[in-house]
Design a protein around this ligand. Structure first.
Ligand code: TYD
Length: 137
């Protein structure tokens, strides 16, 4: 997989004098059906999250509140994307190593996922990930 397959997606936004509303349905912007939702919050200053890749899981990462950086890496290329708008999410396909850091105070990271939690779907060791995708001999 290539980091070019990971894209920021605009989430439809309905604005009014009463505020904004954004909505995601399986049929509007997502390239997968949502099977799980989780969120990261109360993240201490300077902490990082992620540090893994998946075999089949697809995700959309949304900065519901605040901002943070997502570093994506396919074994050949690396890119850092700052997420700071609640109507812009980052789609991450399988076989992409990701690290999240620079969380602003009080930030909340919402993750929509295509599969239930399954530890056997994870690469948690970067060298093992590189070995699997043929980037480490
Ligand atoms: P971890 O993968 O380290 O979180 P992140 O990559 O987002 O920093 O997960 C932290 C713990 O939570 C770990 O013990 C696995 C567990 N966990 C679940 O039980 N279910 C889930 O859906 C997720 C994402 C994690």
């Amino acid at each position: 997989m290539n980091i070019k397959n990971c894209k920021t997606l605009q989430i439809p936004k309905i604005s009014s004098p009463r505020g904004s509303l954004s909505v995601i349905e399986d049929s509007n912007i997502l390239p997968f059906e949502i099977r799980r939702v989780y969120y990261l919050y109360d993240i201490p200053a300077g902490e990082s999250r992620g540090g893994h890749a998946h075999k089949i899981l697809e995700q959309l990462i949304i900065p519901i509140s605040g901002s943070f950086d997502v570093k994506i890496n396919d074994g050949s290329h690396e890119k850092v994307i700052t997420l700071n708008r609640p109507n812009v999410g980052l789609y991450i396909c399988p076989y992409i190593w990701r690290e999240l850091d620079k969380f602003s105070s009080g930030s909340v990271c919402l993750v929509l996922a295509s599969q239930p939690y399954d530890e056997s779907d994870y690469f948690r060791n970067y060298e093992e990930f590189l070995l699997e995708i043929g980037k480490l001999k």
